[in-house]
Design a protein around this ligand. Structure first.
Ligand code: B12
Ligand code: SF4
Length: 499
């Protein structure tokens, strides 16, 4: 029987996260096909390890998970090398980049199949078909080439998450020790990365989740999450959890049930949420969630400008007023709101684009004044291919387009796009990008993130004092002295290096 190699390209500077994407795929074939995992985050030279496996001659398939950015870079290089050395091995990509840019990926010539969205059924069905020489043309979520054409099969309904097979943590532990996957973070000494739901019920037009999940969401039950977490806690000593779901708090009932179950375990946890959804949570629920260990919650605030929020299609109910009021409300419960903002969306004229940026810079400062503990993450708008969304249409009308060839994605310019640092959107002038980045530098200087555990009290104070005058008098230009300190002290940005 053919073996399968699953590869998680390097994605993180800190190397500790459980590779959930690839582990879900391993679970889908566990007991059916022999598989091995190569985790780029845990290997000095993953290509060397991959080639050692492939040399054995028993592997017919390589599955790779691909996010934009550094993961993509390694995925391209390694896929090409495998294709050259072993042209008979089928290479299958999955994950957010592969799903959203499937056409470019398949046209590269060195990727045979793309799994668009969840692979839990699609991947084993594809392997079954290939192993038994059967047609794969009807397998849901599969994208493939037929001659010159790229064929995108129908989407599968979201799977009941409680029905999925358990993740093979014990087997992963034989490849890479589980204990090392539980890293030290702001939340705890042994932090588990856990993914408890897929998709999201909303349709924000800048978000990469939307084209894949189309406003659908399915979560594991609170009991199921608890059982998994408890297993890892008891076996490997996890004391904190990062929930990597796009939207952990969709259901108040599920969040409350989980809080009740996890409370006696005395673990600290973090998750992502929407402000309008959580604004509707009762005081009792918020109090319970905090008591049960939830210390910090990540919210897509995006903008304080109601017109921009509408343009982003935040679901229609989030407003600047609500964002500010909610930051104030969370103070009462001692939950730290981590607000992300997306600056630099298109507008009718350059003057308007600039005015929107200025508005949000002032708005962020207002939020900081209301609740200084609010953590701010600043992104620059990078389009995602949400066909039909107003925002993506505007972006295209203004001359934005994605690279035509897969290799172009790993040019330095597009790498910065991936990291949402320089979006290559024609309506943003270099001066506007500088304005956003300089403000971010001063803000991060004046309020260093609490999630950077390497920054001690002295460094925090020093950088805070240094940035203070600039922050107070709105002098954000040329903040070289702050940048220098951030570089020397290796200031860590949660949005790139982990939350
Ligand atoms: C954890 C995480 C990270 C971690 C790294 C994770 C790791 N494994 O080491 C860190 C923090 C480093 C990170 C960084 C970045 N990330 Co990230 N990350 C995530 C997050 C929150 C969870 C990923 C995950 O584990 N999912 C759990 C698994 C089970 O779900 P899944 O990946 O969708 O997998 C399923 C399917 O996609 C498919 N599948 C996936 N892989 C494969 C492979 C094969 C072979 C097959 C068949 C199927 C398959 O099957 C799986 C099971 O159904 C996602 C959002 C999310 N909730 O998924 C964002 C996300 C993937 N990241 C994103 C981005 C943009 C980044 C960055 C590039 C930029 C940034 N500023 O955030 C940086 C890159 C920096 C870097 N150094 O690489 C975006 C991608 C958007 C896009 N345009 O495609 C996402 C979607 C967040 C978002 N909503 O914007 N990220
Ligand atoms: S709420 Fe968050 S995850 Fe959901 S569509 Fe909007 S940005 Fe994406």
């Amino acid at each position: 029987m053919s073996s399968i190699l699953l590869f998680n390209p390097r994605s993180a500077v800190a190397k500790y996260r459980v590779p959930n994407s690839i582990l879900n795929i391993a679970a889908s074939i566990e007991g059916k096909y022999p598989w091995v995992i190569v985790d780029g985050n845990r290997e000095e030279d993953p290509l060397y390890s991959i080639m050692r496996y492939l040399e054995s001659g028993s592997f017919s398939y390589v599955g790779i998970t691909v996010m934009p950015g550094p993961q993509l870079k390694q995925a391209i290089r390694i896929s090409k090398t495998i294709r050259d050395a072993y042209p008979g091995i089928k290479i299958i990509w999955g994950g957010y980049f592969a799903s959203n840019q499937y056409k470019t990926v398949l046209e590269s010539g060195y990727v045979d199949f793309v799994v668009n969205g969840p692979g839990d059924h699609c991947f084993p069905r594809l392997i079954d078909a290939l192993e038994n020489n059967q047609p794969y043309e009807l397998i849901k979520n599969l994208v493939y080439r037929s001659g010159d054409q790229v064929i995108k099969n129908q989407k599968e309904d979201l799977i009941d998450q409680d029905e999925l097979p358990p993740l093979p943590y014990d087997k992963l532990d034989r490849f890479y020790s589980m204990e090392k996957y539980l890293g030290k973070t702001y939340l705890g000494n042994k932090t588990l990365a856990y993914h408890s739901s897929i998709g999201c019920p909303f349709t924000c037009s800048f978000c990469a989740v939307v084209p894949i999940y189309e406003a659908r969401w399915k979560g594991k039950s609170a009991q199921h999450i608890y059982n998994d977490v408890k297993y890892i806690k008891d076996k490997w000593g996890a004391d904190a959890i990062e929930f990597h779901d796009n939207n952990f708090f969709v259901s108040e009932k599920r969040a409350v049930e989980f809080a009740e179950l996890i409370m006696p375990e005395k673990m600290t946890w973090w998750g992502m949420a929407r402000i309008d959804t959580m604004s509707k949570f009762s005081d009792a629920s918020l109090e319970l969630i905090r008591k049960a260990g939830c210390k910090i919650i990540f919210f897509g605030a995006e903008s304080g400008n109601d017109a921009v929020l509408k343009q982003m299609d935040k679901g229609g109910t989030q407003t600047g007023k609500q964002i500010a009021a909610f930051a104030a409300r969370l103070k009462k419960f001692d939950i730290i709101p981590e607000y992300s903002f997306v600056l630099g969306t298109p507008a009718a004229t350059p003057k308007e684009v600039e005015a929107q940026i200025d508005f949000d810079i002032n708005f962020i400062k207002k939020i900081k004044a209301i609740n200084p503990k609010t953590e701010i993450v600043v992104y620059t708008y990078s389009p995602v291919p949400t066909e039909g969304s107003e925002l993506f249409n505007q972006a295209k009308q203004k001359g934005f387009h994605f690279p035509g060839k897969l290799e172009d994605w790993i040019s330095p310019a597009w790498e910065n796009f991936d990291l949402r640092k320089n979006p290559l959107t024609p309506w943003l002038t270099p001066a506007m990008i500088d304005k956003i980045r300089n403000f971010e530098t001063v803000l991060n200087g004046y309020y260093p993130t609490v999630t950077d555990i390497r920054l001690n009290g002295f460094k925090r104070k020093a950088i805070h004092l240094l940035a203070g005058i600039r922050y107070k008098i709105n002098l954000h230009q040329y903040p070289y002295e702050i940048k220098l300190l951030q570089r020397v002290w290796k200031y860590r940005q949660p949005e790139i290096q982990g939350f």
